[in-house]
Write a protein of this length. Structure first.
Length: 307
């Protein structure tokens, strides 16, 4: 069984990250697995977001547990050790990534259809996915199963595109002719996706009408999200499940759309702003503001733990 000590983990954190960390307990505490706090067991590493909301008595019946938490708390069980850090979740998952995650394997399924010659050798492609001839994908990017990517799409390095997603389809563009019949507007743009972007399962990213739809570095898009034509997501934007970003909207750096949010076309969501769950945004949102409701109204300024 794979075993590491608290001292080894502490050395890794201090040598390879810039997280603030203090240690309390025995450096010889032996860890052989990780777990959630609700299923804590002996010889494990876990984390707590807020000790006030947890039943801490469960720690009295286990031994040799390493807890990552913001601040210490009193226990009679002296076999419990603590990593104290302002960012317990980040530290916990950085530790798991280093000590337990398996390295990615580059594979291209034999059922995938790859027309493009502009895929880096390290790109993985899952079963029954389609990559069009005018697509470019950078190193370390992973394409899931049943993904379709076509129509002038560029994807950067170290991205994850999960199963069932479609990137590059036409947006919903029509005009009404003199007979009252909808006539389709041709789409000639593409999609630009930066580096370290993650797009969840069964999401749709439409190509631009003339200019490209743009998703910049470090953006995170959840499952079942629709990004319409000509939308621009600046760096580190997060859009969560079931949200709809309508055509030509601009989401500025580090803005956040909670589950089920809808942003009307041609609006701007300001830098570091937050659109609440189920909110329907009909007016542009200024930076550092929380909006909620239908139609969305300003609730307050963004706070540290909002996102």
């Amino acid at each position: 069984m794979y075993q590491i000590t608290a001292e080894e983990i502490l050395t890794f954190i201090k040598s390879n990250t810039d997280y603030q960390i203090n240690f309390s307990g025995s450096p010889h505490t032996s860890i052989d697995h990780f777990c959630s706090f609700s299923n804590v067991s002996s010889n494990s590493i876990t984390w707590i977001k807020n000790p006030v909301n947890q039943n801490l008595s469960v720690l009295e019946s286990v031994a040799d547990v390493l807890v990552i938490v913001k601040s210490p708390f009193e226990l009679s069980n002296k076999t419990i050790s603590f990593f104290l850090t302002p960012e317990p979740k980040a530290v916990f998952f950085r530790v798991l990534e280093h000590f337990w995650a398996k390295p990615p394997v580059t594979e291209r399924a034999d059922t995938a259809v790859i027309e493009s010659s502009n895929l880096d050798d390290t790109v993985s492609v899952g079963h029954h996915s389609f990559i069009g001839k005018d697509v470019s994908i950078g190193p370390g990017t992973s394409i899931g199963h049943n993904v379709s990517i076509f129509n002038h799409v560029t994807i950067g390095s170290n991205c994850q595109i999960h199963s069932g997603t479609v990137i590059g389809s036409d947006g919903f563009g029509y005009f009404i002719d003199h007979d009252g019949i909808p006539q389709k507007v041709g789409h000639y743009g593409g999609v630009e996706i930066g580096n370290d972007v993650e797009i969840g399962a069964c999401s749709c990213i439409d190509r631009g009408t003339l200019d490209n739809t743009v998703i910049k570095d470090h953006c995170k898009i959840d499952n079942l999200v629709h990004i319409a034509h000509n939308v621009k997501l600046e760096e580190s934007v997060m859009v969560i499940a079931g949200s709809v970003i309508c055509g030509s909207a601009v989401l500025k750096k580090k803005s956040y759309v909670a589950p089920g949010g809808v942003v009307k076309n041609q609006l701007e969501i300001g830098e570091n702003a937050l659109v609440g769950m189920g909110a329907v945004v009909t007016k542009s949102v200024v930076p550092n503001t929380v909006v909620v409701g239908n139609p969305a109204q300003v609730l307050r300024q963004v706070q540290e733990n909002d996102k």
